[in-house]
Ligand binder design. Structure first.
Ligand code: MN
Length: 444
């Protein structure tokens, strides 16, 4: 269907995984010489799922909306929880081939990202797609698939090993904090949160003293990056930090794990580390310029990089504003649900990011469902997160879909991270319904 498409309509999700998927699809379309267009969405609109004469290719989205599609010819490469457990969907005049790890008994929230799915599918259409085998790593790391085990696993891992064997990425055992190539060591130690070093977390004075006691000069503290220092120095710092974590009664083993680097980037590059690259890609999209992220994925640099770095700093500014709003906001509790409704005071495309921040940085019980809401026209946009522990028992995507459908909205996502859109005014009922559905699960 794709190779013969007169016109290919590529749709993809607006996060780093979606952008990496889109870049793979664009790579394929260009190599095949296809006439294509590309749409990046936070969520598919009712119009998007109506289909038509063209061939559609949904990436990192679509599986949750299959039953709403009409007259669609095309392919869904996704890893979100599917509503239809089959590979060929033909109801409602559709002719849709679905590729999704859940159909293979794999958990899409950890084993196989959207971009890995797009990549594996594409490799069958066009073997030379291996030239962009770094992109599934960008997507998988962007979706935190390396969080649970400190490394990528299952199919994400197989694709990562392909990229390694092709010399596109380097794989190392190192500190896993964000910012190895984009931030100073001081920043990493101050904001690293998995695990949090209690003696240093958000304590710039203590971080500076720690650095100076290990031979760094005060004037260098704002600029020297982890990636700049010698291996021996890294080992010294890691063993010191592990000691601190152990004295604080924490699991120090999570401090280190696999990290991935782009071999094609110079050492001075702020996106040498793939986690840093992924953050940059995500920011371009959140600021409404996903095409910039896609061009970076497809190896453009120079002025594209300059523009991306500007978008990144704009995105950080939005997040700073959001965390200020968050500090002043009172969360409201209904049973297990702790929710924040920001109305029009929060950009509605960062509700998920803010929900992640709350569950990461605020002291909330591990049994809570964290929800962040913002207005989206006549609808309420809701993003939710639960701890990995709770997600062993609760599949948030299923209860979000069920509750939202019952209220005339739509919802879905992953076991531990889900979203919904419901008509304005229905959000209170939605919260109550989610609380009931979580409490109904017997094993909790
Ligand atoms: Mn994804």
């Amino acid at each position: 269907m794709i190779t013969n498409a007169k016109k290919l309509r590529i749709y993809s999700h607006h996060d780093a995984d979606g952008i990496a998927s889109a870049a793979i699809a664009v790579f394929v379309a260009r190599r095949l010489g296809l006439n294509y267009d590309l749409t990046i969405r936070n969520q598919l609109t009712p119009q998007d799922v109506l289909g038509g004469p063209d061939v559609y290719w949904f990436n990192d989205m679509g599986s949750a909306r299959l039953k709403e599609m009409r007259n669609v010819n095309g392919v869904v490469t996704d890893h979100h929880n599917p509503v239809f457990y089959g590979t060929h969907y033909t109801e409602n005049d559709n002719n849709i081939y679905q590729f999704n790890p859940h159909l293979e008994g794999l958990d899409g929230s950890i084993s196989q990202s959207g971009s890995t799915t797009t990549f594996l599918f594409s490799a069958n259409v066009l073997p030379e797609v291996s030239a962009v085998s770094h992109l599934p790593i960008v997507g998988s790391v962007g979706d935190l698939h390396d969080k649970k085990f400190g490394r990528l696993v299952d199919t994400d891992r197989e694709v990562m090993l392909l990229a390694k064997s092709m010399g596109i990425v380097d794989v190392k055992e190192d500190i896993r904090y964000f910012g190895r190539s984009s931030k100073s060591i001081s920043y990493m130690l101050r904001f690293g949160n998995d695990p949090k070093i209690r003696a240093l977390y958000d304590n710039p004075g203590a971080v500076a003293d720690f650095m100076v006691s290990h031979g760094f000069e005060r004037k260098d503290l704002k600029t020297i990056r982890w990636i700049d220092i010698e291996e021996g120095k890294k080992e010294e710092l890691i063993s010191q930090i592990k000691g601190m974590l152990e004295r604080e009664g924490q699991d120090s083993s999570r401090l280190t794990g696999e990290v991935y680097e782009l071999t094609g980037e110079p050492k001075s590059s702020s996106v040498k580390d793939i986690r840093d690259f992924s953050s940059l890609i995500n920011a371009t999209s959140r600021k409404g310029k996903p095409e910039v992220g896609i061009r970076l994925c497809l190896f453009e640099r120079g002025s594209t990089m300059t523009e991306a770095l500007q978008l990144y700093s704009d995105h950080l500014e939005s997040l700073r504003k959001a965390s200020k709003t968050l500090d002043e906001a009172e969360g409201r509790s209904v049973g297990r649900v702790l929710y924040y409704d920001f109305g029009n005071t929060l950009e509605n495309n960062i509700t998920g990011t803010v929900a992640t921040r709350i569950i990461t940085h605020k002291k909330v019980p591990q049994s809570s469902v964290i929800m962040v809401m913002a207005n989206l026209g006549s609808m309420k946009k809701i993003s939710a997160r639960i701890s990995l522990q709770l997600s062993e028992k609760v599949d948030l995507s299923l209860i979000f879909r069920q509750a939202a459908n019952g209220l005339g909205g739509s919802g879905g996502g992953h076991r531990n991270a889900a979203g919904a859109i419901v008509p304005m005014g229905k959000e209170g009922e939605f919260v109550e319904r989610i609380n009931e559905l979580v409490n109904d699960i017997k094993s909790i």
